[in-house]
Ligand binder design. Structure first.
Ligand SMILES: [Zn+2]
Length: 139
């Protein structure tokens, strides 16, 4: 029998990796490790609610300050090729963001614009070719 107040080192090590005793949104036991001296993890420990709020706020600030992948000078959107370049740049920027429903919606929207732009560009090229042929035949 282990005397009181003399917890073996092996037991101490096991206690440090004990999972949090809270439950997640789905009602399943939280699997995050307990904080030292607490039965809860960082996300569920009521004693660190302020720290958590500050960490969330900092995360929001970091996301808002996300930088564009390339510096944007003057923007051209006069031809389908210009628009496609812009859309591809925006898609590349989106793909660097943290995965979320909002990001995926933006990617879907931008991809549909890219497809539409390519269709318009293709029709434009065919029309130019047809007009050139028509000119040859009428001359
Ligand atoms: Zn937890």
């Amino acid at each position: 029998m282990v005397p009181k107040g003399n917890v073996p080192e092996v037991a101490k090590a096991n206690m440090q990796v004990m999972p949090c005793k809270a439950r997640n949104d789905r009602g399943e036991p939280c699997s995050s490790p307990r904080m030292e001296g607490s039965e809860y993890c960082f996300f569920h420990n009521p004693a660190v609610a302020e720290k958590r709020a500050a960490a969330r706020k900092q995360g929001g600030i970091n996301r808002r300050q996300g930088k564009a992948t390339k510096p944007v000078g003057s923007v051209q959107a006069q031809t389908p090729e210009d628009v496609l370049t812009l859309v591809e740049q925006a898609l590349a920027d989106c793909l660097t963001l943290e995965n979320s429903i909002t990001r995926n919606r933006a990617i879907g929207y931008l991809a549909s614009i890219a497809l539409k732009t390519q269709e318009v560009g293709e029709l434009d090229r065919r029309l130019v070719a047809l007009e050139a042929q028509a000119k040859l035949h009428s001359a």
